[in-house]
Design a protein around this ligand. Structure first.
Ligand code: ZN
Length: 131
């Protein structure tokens, strides 16, 4: 089953989409399989990281800014190469095992939609494959 979700991303941030992915698993009725979360954008990504301490996301955003600053030698005319670099660093998808009808995430893990070129109206897909 394929599910599409929309997201109004007003600022550069990591948006916790774990509840939406859990909802897709429940709707699918799949008890054992995988959930694939996919972002169809080039300046946003998907990643799994800590969902307990919000300072982790804060620090990830600072770290990505330091790792991928805007550079004078960039050529891309849209002027958002830093956002493209961050998106590729995060990747455009995440795969999570579904077992007993639940996502097999670690206690401290959440699934994040990563916005790097706000404000944008975004979407992401959740594909549930299994029995
Ligand atoms: Zn661009």
């Amino acid at each position: 089953m394929l599910y599409e979700y929309t997201l109004s991303a007003q600022r550069e941030d990591f948006y916790n989409i774990t509840p939406k992915v859990r909802e897709a698993v429940t709707k699918s009725g799949v008890s054992a399989g995988v959930a694939v979360v996919f972002c169809p954008h080039t300046t946003a990504g998907i990643t799994i990281n800590e969902n307990a301490d919000p300072d982790v996301v804060h620090d990830l955003l600072i770290g990505l800014d330091k790792a991928f600053p805007d550079r004078a030698e960039f050529r891309h005319g849209e002027g958002n190469s830093s956002a493209h670099l961050k998106a590729s660093a995060m990747g455009s998808s995440a795969t999570v095992i579904v077992e007993n009808g639940k996502l097999l995430l670690g206690t401290w893990q959440g699934i994040y939609f990563c916005e790097f070129d706000p404000p944008r109206n975004r979407k992401f897909y959740v594909k549930i494959i299994g029995n």
